[in-house]
Design a protein around this ligand. Structure first.
Ligand code: NOJ
Ligand code: NOJ
Length: 545
């Protein structure tokens, strides 16, 4: 970053000096502020803003849209209830149906489609939300459910199934009967994301208990469950398996991302339990995965692809889910250019794909609008509710995932005190959020004295506090809200969400009351709260001047 900013400063100064045709006089104050290294690197650098004209940082104003604001708070409660309703043995949707304690039923739907199973992936992702809730509230009944899940993990791991036995591939089994028996029908197996997701959830539970005062020693029973899952991830990450959508055999970004995160967290916890050999092994394998993950970047297409050597386009909401549930701060975090440019490509595809998305691509302020998002362009699975599949539809969880990713980006940008850097890669995404839309040209350099353009690096930078940077933050926030407003439009009045909504009519389709739909919307709303907090902090900071 420091290198980049030096480069920016140098190139900018150069452009100003050698390009008199741009027709701008060199403002010495502006130039010196650009040259000051602290502008890019330290919070105190914001002080240069005192010299600037009034800064406008528009904050999302809930009062402006009270309807949406009250939906958000209601929906987060309903989403949580929607999750609880599908957990055995007593959840409202599953009570009295022989569902074992701690089993997470994917959906109460028993036919067209039959989702009355415990999927390892859906279960782990959902329980992660409960762990977060327990971390915040300390609610004892939530803890009871997590503990039941933990017991269930123990018996599931040891249940021989069509993928194998304990220690012999059995952990790759994607789903189980709700009474704990193996599912023996034909299925896309193994799916290698499950153990990794489960390890992430159990590790975060162990950390939560630790923060609440439990001695590490008392948590060894959790490590005993975590370790087999880490072993599985560490030994099978290079072996092909089915993707999270249970359709394609191969090597997948989502799977690799969650395996990477599991091993990263696994390395730490192994070492906390003095399992040093394991810690070293997980460290080495995580490094291998880190390298491997780079191969999912497709330079020619200009975005990440979900499955290597697949005939598909590669665009997939799973790429964003990978950034949300996997990765790390340095390995494809939500706000990284490669994730953001992939999001942009996915949204562009989906905009044109479903009839319900037909609308102007820009709103009355000329900012991009949100649309319903499906799993991937080639999807033909219509939810199993009408028998034959014809064409795919937008999904609640994919639409919420785009919102979640964008809120994560907003949080990151709002907490950042360095320049907003727009590269060739991300220009299509960022520039439409700035009005008037800048052009990536040399003379843009001294536009309001806050922008710098480097032709050689093909990057444009905007100072913190500049009109452009602040516009980007608040406009992306509103854009993200647009995706949740689409969720709001298609959910029912009680906050229930199925798996999909119809591409033509918008009516709900596929498995009803899908647990994962609730989890994903809850996750997006939580990330929105974090984004709001970050924006408030930023505004408070600027108001000191
Ligand atoms: C059910 C799977 O869970 C879903 O992901 C898939 O698209 C359909 N079967 C069709 O194969
Ligand atoms: C089908 C989805 O494709 C898959 O990801 C999910 O695990 C199952 N349905 C259960 O919700």
């Amino acid at each position: 970053m420091r290198l980049l900013s030096t480069l920016l400063r140098a190139t900018c100064a150069l452009a100003l000096v050698v390009d008199p045709t741009a027709g701008h006089s060199i403002d010495s104050v502006a130039l010196s502020s650009i040259r000051r290294p602290s502008v890019f690197s330290r919070v105190s650098s914001f002080s240069w803003l005192r010299k600037q004209s009034p800064i406008l940082i528009s904050l999302p104003d809930a009062a402006q849209d009270s309807d949406f604001a009250s939906w958000l708070s209601l929906q987060s409660v309903r989403s949580f209830e929607g999750i609880l309703a599908n957990i055995g043995p007593d959840g409202a949707n599953v009570a009295g149906q022989n569902v074992n304690p701690g089993v997470v039923v994917a959906s109460p739907s028993r036919d067209h489609p039959n989702y009355f199973y415990h999927w390892v992936r859906d279960g782990a992702i959902t329980m992660r939300a409960l762990v977060d809730e327990y971390e915040n509230s300390g609610n004892a009944s939530v803890k009871e459910l997590i503990d039941a899940y933990v017991d269930n993990v123990r018996s599931t791991q040891w249940t021989s199934n069509p993928s194998g036995q304990f220690g012999r591939g059995g952990l790759g089994e994607p789903k189980f009967e709700v009474n704990g028996k193996p599912f023996v029908g034909t299925w896309g197996r193994p799916q290698r994301d499950g153990p990794a997701l489960r390890a992430i959830t159990l590790i975060s539970y162990a950390r939560t208990l630790q923060r609440r005062g439990a001695p590490m020693d008392s948590l060894r029973y959790l490590y005993d469950l975590i370790k087999p899952d880490l072993e599985y991830a560490s030994k099978f990450w290079a072996s092909p398996g089915f993707d999270l959508w249970e359709e394609q055999q191969g090597l997948h970004f989502f799977t690799a991302m969650v395996q990477f995160k599991a091993l990263l967290l696994g390395q730490e916890i192994a070492s906390d339990f003095s399992d040093e050999g394991a810690a070293r092994w997980y460290h080495i394998q995580a490094n291998g995965l880190k390298q491997f993950l780079l191969s999912f970047w497709d330079e020619e297409r200009g975005y990440l692809i979900e499955t290597l050597a697949s005939p598909r386009s590669g665009l997939d909401a799973a790429l964003l889910l990978g950034a949300i549930h996997g990765g790390s701060e340095t390995v494809f975090p939500i706000h990284s250019d490669m994730i953001i440019t992939t999001l942009q490509a996915l949204v562009t595809d989906m905009r044109a794909r479903y009839p319900i998305n037909e609308q102007d691509s820009y709103d009355s302020n000329r900012f991009p609008t949100a649309v319903g998002i499906g799993r991937y362009p080639e999807d033909v699975y219509s939810g199993g509710d009408l028998g034959n599949s014809e064409l795919g539809n937008p999904w609640f969880l994919c639409t919420a995932t785009v919102a979640h990713t964008l809120y994560g980006l907003v949080e990151h940008l709002a907490l950042s005190n360095s320049a907003l850097i727009i590269s060739n890669l991300t220009a299509d995404f960022y520039l439409p959020f700035i009005s008037p839309t800048p052009v990536m040209e040399p003379h843009y350099c001294d536009f309001s004295a806050t922008a710098i353009w480097s032709r050689s690096a093909a990057i444009l930078g905007f100072m913190p506090g500049s009109r452009e940077t602040e516009q980007v933050i608040s406009n992306i926030f509103h854009y993200a809200d647009g995706f949740l407003k689409i969720v709001k439009k298609h959910a029912d009045a009680e906050g229930n969400m199925s798996e999909q909504f119809d591409r033509q009519t918008g009516f709900m389709r596929g498995a009803r009351q899908l647990t994962w739909s609730s989890e994903s919307v809850l996750g997006a709303i939580k990330m929105r709260e974090r984004a709001v907090e970050a924006i408030e902090k930023r505004r408070a900071y600027f108001q000191r001047f």
